[in-house]
Design a protein around this ligand. Structure first.
Ligand SMILES: Nc1ncnc2c1ncn2[C@@H]1O[C@H](COP(=O)(O)OP(=O)(O)OP(=O)(O)O)[C@@H](O)[C@H]1O
Ligand SMILES: [Mg+2]
Length: 247
């Protein structure tokens, strides 16, 4: 009896994406995320902020009308109005904070060095860890505020989050050097020091993310730790983008 073999169809396996392609994709995703954050931040700030301000004015108007009609309005009504105004104020402040966290306006308006100082101040106030910022710019380097600055700013945020979560440090030193060809950032803490095993661990996604951001921007990032003597994150990015624009 003839054995009929099932007819098989060969499908050409598509090649696995190269490391370069994956890097390109991750860099594109990061850029899209930044655009989205900027858009969200503006919508929150402009639209929601304006609506809340109008609401506050309306409440003030109602309060005025109430006291115009009655010199001694019911206490419950006055209390309700006051608490509504208070709630609008708190909501406004929250909207501003979320909008600022999504995309720090200082980065776009005043540049990287000022944004780093602002982030350090907020970090110190929130964690109690002393934070010193040194920033130096080469002549003609200008105040960076482009695509590279955002990459460095996000790396700084991740490095600082790690300091507050893992280092047990008492102080951090942040140094930004804007040289003619390179933007360099170093975040050094005086905590317990990251270990070689933690550095090698493939589950260290925060570290991987920082490194990938740096590589996608044409630069490099290193992390060093010494037991009991702290951890240092160093990154350098070229100042000019592939398209020839400034950082
Ligand atoms: N500044 C630091 N001082 C001491 N240990 C650190 C420091 N930064 C990182 N580590 C160690 O390295 C590990 C990996 O850091 P990584 O940022 O990749 O992950 P994570 O912070 O634990 O989680 P996440 O993915 O949320 O960032 C941490 O869990 C911590 O043990
Ligand atoms: Mg982390």
């Amino acid at each position: 009896m003839a054995v009929t073999r099932p007819r098989t169809k060969t499908i050409a396996a598509s090649p696995a994406p190269s490391a370069k392609a994956l890097r390109g994709l991750s860099s594109r995703l990061a850029a899209v995320r930044e655009e989205e954050r900027t858009r969200l931040s503006r919508t929150l700030h402009d639209e929601l902020g304006q609506m809340l301000t109008s609401l506050k004015l309306d409440l003030a108007w109602v309060a005025g009308e109430v006291t115009k009609k009655d010199a001694h309005p019911p206490l419950a009504l006055v209390n309700r109005l006051q608490s509504a105004v208070g709630l609008v104020d708190v909501t406004l402040a929250t909207v501003r904070r979320i909008s600022r966290d999504l995309r720090p306006p200082v980065l776009d308006h005043l540049g990287l060095a000022e944004a780093i100082k602002w982030e350090a101040t907020v970090f110190e106030a929130r964690t109690g860890i002393r934070c010193r910022v040194l920033a130096s710019a080469a002549r003609g380097a200008g105040r960076s505020r482009g695509e590279r600055s955002i990459v460095l700013f996000r790396i700084l945020q991740e490095a600082l989050t790690n300091v507050s979560r893992h280092s047990h440090a008492g102080a951090v030193r942040i140094e930004l050097r804007e040289q003619q060809r390179w933007l360099r950032l170093e975040v050094r803490d005086n905590g317990r020091g990251i270990t070689a095993a933690q550095l090698r661990d493939p589950a260290s996604l925060g570290l991987l993310g920082m490194r990938e951001r740096a590589i996608a921007a044409g630069g490099e990032l290193t992390v060093r730790g010494a037991a009991g003597r702290g951890t240092t994150v160093s990154v350098r990015l070229p100042r000019t983008t592939a398209k020839g624009g400034d950082a």
